[in-house]
Ligand binder design. Structure first.
Ligand code: GLP
Length: 252
């Protein structure tokens, strides 16, 4: 089942998503949460950190597994996803850093790191709630469009489109790592709940195609149509095409 929520603004989308994530942590304080990077979830992370500092929720028993990491980048690099998570979320909440996990972008053997990460997720008993953004080519995590859905954590070459999209965070496109490690489709699809955040007009078309078009590895997010419990929180520009073509799908 997929539930679409549409907020007028990015702030509204972030507040709504934070409410869902906080509800998960309140209901199950030792939740395993799959986390995502990108610019979209930053507002949600800020809203959750505010709830935590007001004493409304605690992350002290929460364990996290991040979706992905650039390969070849040091965790201390200011564009690594480990650095992003520490700065935008972990340092602002009461989580134990030892309970947070991001694939190791400096692992000597990327395939061994993929196997380690899958084993780690299995040892946690899977993911209770998986947060996702969506790339403008439909990627989730760094599962890029291709000929097949890849089940396990995988070492992948980024598409030109993703390198271009992410170059805004680097001095130039040349500096964007060309490879990444990403949780595969299996861990994402086995998560008990999926929470997707999406904002901005540039995502409207791919979002509508992902949830109302064919299920195809050419649009990796489309596999979420097969998941039993998906909540999509969007802002009005991102939800515009769904609102126009499928207004009945938006429940709040
Ligand atoms: C990045 C990340 C994804 C993220 C997506 C969208 O490359 N690997 O996890 O969801 O692209 O990013 P943004 O939210 O900045 O649009």
């Amino acid at each position: 089942m997929i539930r679409f929520y549409c907020a007028e603004t990015y702030e509204g989308m972030s507040a709504r998503a934070a409410t869902f994530m906080a509800a998960q942590v309140l209901a199950k304080p030792d939740s395993v949460i799959g986390l995502a990077t990108g610019s979209t979830p930053i507002g949600m992370y800020t809203a959750l950190a505010d709830k935590c500092s007001r004493g409304e929720i605690t992350f002290k028993d929460v364990r996290t597994v991040n979706l992905d990491e650039y390969y070849g980048i040091d965790p201390t690099h200011d564009q690594s996803y480990r650095y992003f998570m520490n700065k935008n979320f972990f340092e602002k909440i009461d989580i134990c850093l030892g309970n947070t996990n991001v694939p190791n972008g400096k692992a000597e053997d990327p395939q061994a790191e993929c196997a380690r990460y899958d084993a780690l997720i299995d040892s946690y008993g899977g993911i209770d709630m998986q947060l996702l953004g969506i790339g403008r080519d439909g990627h989730i995590g760094f599962n890029e469009p291709g000929d097949a859905f890849i089940p396990g954590t995988n070492y992948i070459k980024l598409t030109e489109d993703t390198i271009d999209a992410n170059s805004r965070f680097f001095a130039s496109a040349d500096e964007v790592p060309k490879y990444a490690l990403t949780t595969g489709i299996r861990a994402i699809m086995q998560a008990k709940k999926i929470l997707m955040v999406v904002n901005g007009e540039s995502k409207a078309k791919i979002l509508e195609e992902a949830f109302f078009g064919p299920i195809t590895p050419a649009n990796p997010a489309s596999i979420l149509q097969l998941h039993p419990d998906v909540v999509v929180c969007g802002d009005a520009p991102a939800m515009a095409i769904i609102a126009e073509k499928h207004p009945e799908a938006i429940i709040g």
